[in-house]
Ligand binder design. Structure first.
Ligand code: NAD
Ligand code: LMR
Length: 329
């Protein structure tokens, strides 16, 4: 049976994450090895020529699943018929820029993109926001798309999740595939909280295997939470291939489901679970099945975790209040 191609819109397509992402989407890693895709690349006018160059390279790969590439600098066209939208392009913080300026600059990108998604995307649209500040950019886009179910707007904390898996495997001398049920809570920022209290390593409770709260507080959590800054320091540019990989993982899991007995972390609109105010786009433990996700319920949250979750959620609330004041939501 011939399948209808899935339309995947990628913003910031000419950027460094875009370059690491597009070839993997086209080769079937995003949706599945039997799912044809059409790429819709959205850039600002100055980025269009570079996106054209990437499109030439995509052609040169002769990917059997890639059924078309179109390039736009108008969001209304870029999101036309989109089934999946990866919002990667964002305004980076530059020297002398205050936090409010950054939020305002990104509001100028994510508000019109949210409206364009609202007006032009397919009914089954799924949105992943990668561009920082990812959670609050997702909130801005969602607020501009009242006709799209709110839960279709998600923000990426899968990179943090993968970083935590890797650090925990290294500490315990195990392999990442032995580790299940790890959680990133809160914001994709230095306040995020990687939680191993419910995680299992080869079936044993991870916190008990580690049995070292000082390592957890002073090494594991800051290493994961500040990994983005460490990469920038080392590479002279922010993470790109690992961020693209996490975006692939996020959407693949959302569409194809979590493995039995495991969960993942996604930034999603809170329904009030775990004391996170309703509507904030915060990272939670989620299971996915049939193209939808559900927050894992009933986890006991100890004092160590509670303080840290609350701190990250407070930061999200501050960001929400700031964009509300700017009239962006
Ligand atoms: P980059 O600067 O290399 O590329 C960004 C691209 O976006 C550029 O080509 C630019 O022209 C384009 N762009 C800017 N405004 C646009 C708009 N309005 N519409 C369409 N395209 C637009 O940046 P990058 O390294 O690819 O990173 C992209 C974003 O991802 C940054 O905000 C970065 O901080 C963020 N990031 C997030 C995570 C995460 O885990 N959530 C991880 C790494 C990076
Ligand atoms: C990351 O976590 O690697 C990025 O969000 C860092 C950044 O500021 O772009």
């Amino acid at each position: 049976m011939t399948r209808t191609p899935v339309n995947v819109t990628v913003t910031g397509a000419a950027g460094q994450i875009g370059y690491a992402l597009l070839f993997r989407i086209a080769s079937g890693h995003l949706l599945g090895a039997d799912v044809p895709v059409k790429l819709r690349l959205l850039e600002i006018p100055q980025g269009v020529k570079a996106a054209e160059g990437t499109a030439m390279e995509l052609d040169d790969c002769a990917f059997p699943l890639l059924k078309g590439i179109d390039i736009f600098d108008d969001p209304n066209q870029g999101f036309e018929g989109a089934n999946v939208a990866l919002l990667v392009g964002a305004r980076p913080r530059t020297k002398g820029m205050e936090r409010g300026d950054l939020l305002a600059a990104n509001g100028g990108i994510f508000k019109p993109q949210g409206k364009a998604i609202n007006d032009h995307a397919a009914d089954d649209i799924k949105v992943l926001v990668v561009g920082n500040p990812a959670n609050t950019n997702a909130l801005i886009a969602q607020a501009a798309a009242p006709d799209v179910p709110a839960e279709r707007f998600t923000a990426m904390t899968r990179l943090d999740h993968n970083r935590a898996l890797s650090q925990l495997a290294a500490k315990t001398g195990t392999s990442v595939e032995d580790i299940k049920r790890l959680t990133i809570w809160g914001n994709h920022s230095a306040t995020q909280y990687p939680d191993i209290f419910h995680a299992e390593i080869a079936g044993k409770n991870a916190a008990e295997v580690v049995n070292d709260e000082a390592w957890l507080a002073d090494t594991f959590i800051p290493t994961v939470a500040k990994r983005g800054a460490a990469i920038i320091e080392a590479r002279g540019a922010s993470s790109a291939a690992s961020a693209a990989n996490a975006a692939i993982d996020h959407v693949h899991t959302w569409v194809n489901g979590t493995a039995a007995g495991d969960w993942t972390s996604m930034g999603i609109p809170s329904d009030g679970s775990y004391g996170v105010p309703e509507g904030l786009i915060s990272s939670f433990p989620v299971t996915c099945a049939n193209g939808t996700y559900e927050i894992v319920q009933g986890l006991e949250i100890n004092d160590f975790s509670r303080t840290r979750i609350d701190a990250s959620v407070a930061e999200l609330a501050e960001e929400r209040d700031a964009v509300r004041e700017l009239g962006l939501i």
